[in-house]
Design a protein around this ligand. Structure first.
Ligand code: NAD
Length: 460
């Protein structure tokens, strides 16, 4: 085991034991520090995101800086309210007594971030951990190295360096960190690594939140109103290619549509791809880059299966030198091909046709529970059926991806897409222990609760 990480943990424990992270003043000062960092270092963040992922500053603001600003502002406004003990009415049998739920910080927490939104997926959980009064180790993903080094260099300038540490590194560093005893592990990443996190945590009985991924389906019902249809397809195109070029955990993975409606959907998707991103592979615009060669090869390999290649109805070209893959639409690729069994996490969009849109429910239910389901429909009974008969981390009607920024809703998976949740007050709860506190009085004493037992006490 690496002694450096033990020293880091030791220092954070000492800071936590000092009690200073528990006070509201410390929590607010750190949240203000995050807001200051976002304002003063915005250009550096945009530059790091451009270098790591080729994100346009507008996309970087919308998905990273703006998201974190919103979360920090909300936490700053609400943290005192979240910290206040929740008092409850006590049952008569306890009379006279008072009861409350008091949220206490867990201690030293370890946060793993993913590379696709390397700023927001690092800082958003940090905001929750700070609000709850914890000390923190953040491990950014090594696959976004500019953002990782930005975080390690900048966070100590704005946040309490004795309470919040950034540890850079890849798999080996992650494995070393996992050998230590943390009070909570918050992990964003793949289900494969999620399993390793959970088993490492089990050794110390450390609670975990797993924000994982999977295939997010979209149910696209027949929409007869042409302006609704345009908006719906625009939102599908945005939900597929508009956030990190399909490399998003809640990005649309595939679309389910009735057979006769597929040609209309495909034509409109082509229109919006051309409008948003252009047509020529060499001059594609407003698209984030595939993160690295490994992921380029992984996505490219999904297309290499001859039966999958035969299903391409738009796009399909790749530029190996620049690691670019065209936004690509496929119609009915084989359901047993990797593209339909693995998370795509890239710019390929399979469209699967069904005889009847209600079959989509059975289609989704025969696969692992998704992180998100999207359904474009105005049919209220179909909506109700989807709501009642499917299970997913979130369910969004008539839009995609946007649920991520809604702080009053919890964000998290179910089943294979993860467990636990965060955002807004849910982040505070995720990094807190809700302690049950009961204050009794000495005034009244019920003797039947004590031995010696007898028939009278049984009747009482
Ligand atoms: P990943 O699982 O490869 O890596 C995530 C983190 O785990 C990184 O910090 C990495 O350094 C670390 N890690 C990698 N291998 C490890 C090992 N063997 N032992 C311990 N730690 C290890 O995931 P990724 O490639 O960064 O992200 C893609 C996946 O994450 C997709 O499945 C995606 O859906 C999911 N994701 C989920 C969310 C969410 O909020 N639910 C957000 C973004 C991404």
């Amino acid at each position: 085991m690496d002694g450096v990480h033990e020293d880091v943990l030791g220092e954070l424990r000492k800071t936590f034991s000092s009690g200073r992270t528990r006070g509201v003043t410390w929590r607010k000062a750190q949240l203000q520090g995050i807001l200051k960092l976002l304002v003063e270092k915005e250009e550096e963040i945009f530059e790091a995101l451009k270098q790591d992922l080729g994100k346009h500053p507008v996309e970087s603001f919308r998905d990273e800086v703006g998201v974190v600003k919103k979360s920090a502002t909300n936490a700053l406004r609400c943290v005192e309210k979240w910290m206040a003990p929740q008092k409850g009415r006590m049952p008569l049998v306890f009379f006279p007594a008072r009861g409350a739920v008091v949220s206490e910080p867990l201690g030293v927490v370890l946060i793993f971030a993913s590379w696709n939104f390397p700023i927001s997926l690092a800082l958003d959980p940090v905001i929750g951990a700070i609000s709850a009064g914890n000390t923190i180790v953040l491990k950014p993903s090594d696959l976004a190295p500019k953002c990782s080094s930005f975080l390690v260099n900048t966070i100590p300038l704005y946040l309490d360096p004795e309470a919040i540490k950034v540890v850079e590194g890849g798999k080996e560093v992650a494995e070393q960190l996992l050998q230590l005893k943390w009070d909570k592990i918050f992990f964003t990443g793949s289900p494969q690594v999620g399993r390793l996190i959970m088993s490492a945590a089990a050794k110390h009985l450390t609670p975990v939140t797993l924000e994982l991924g999977g295939k997010c389906p979209t149910i696209f019902d027949t929409l007869s109103n042409s302006s609704d249809l345009q908006v719906a397809v625009k939102r599908v195109a945005g939900g597929k290619w508009g956030s990190c070029n399909g490399q998003a955990c809640i990005g649309i993975d595939y679309v389910l549509v009735e057979t006769q409606f597929a040609p209309v959907l495909i034509e409109l998707l082509k229109k919006y791809i051309k409008k948003f991103h252009g047509e020529n592979l060499k001059t594609l615009k407003n698209l984030a880059r595939i993160v690295n060669k490994h992921h380029f090869d992984r996505v490219h390999n999904l297309l290499k299966d001859p039966k999958v290649a035969a299903a391409v109805v738009y796009g399909g070209s790749v530029d190996e030198k620049n690691m670019a893959i065209e936004p690509t639409i496929l119609l009915n690729p084989p359901l047993d091909a990797d593209i339909m069994t693995e998370e795509i996490f890239g710019p390929l969009l399979p469209i699967i046709t069904l005889n009847n849109i209600e079959e989509s429910i059975q289609f989704i239910n025969s696969r692992p529970k998704p992180l998100a389901i999207y359904a474009f429909t105005k049919n209220e009974s179909l909506k109700e059926k989807i709501l009642q008969e499917t299970s997913s981390g979130s369910l969004t009607f008539n839009d995609a991806v946007i649920q991520f920024i809604c702080d009053i809703l919890p964000f998290g998976g179910v089943g294979q897409s993860g467990h636990g949740r965060y955002h807004g007050k849910y982040s505070f709860d995720t990094f807190s222990h809700e302690k049950a506190v009961l204050h009794r009085s000495f005034l009244i004493e019920l003797e039947p609760r004590y031995p010696p037992w007898n028939d009278f006490k049984m009747e009482f």
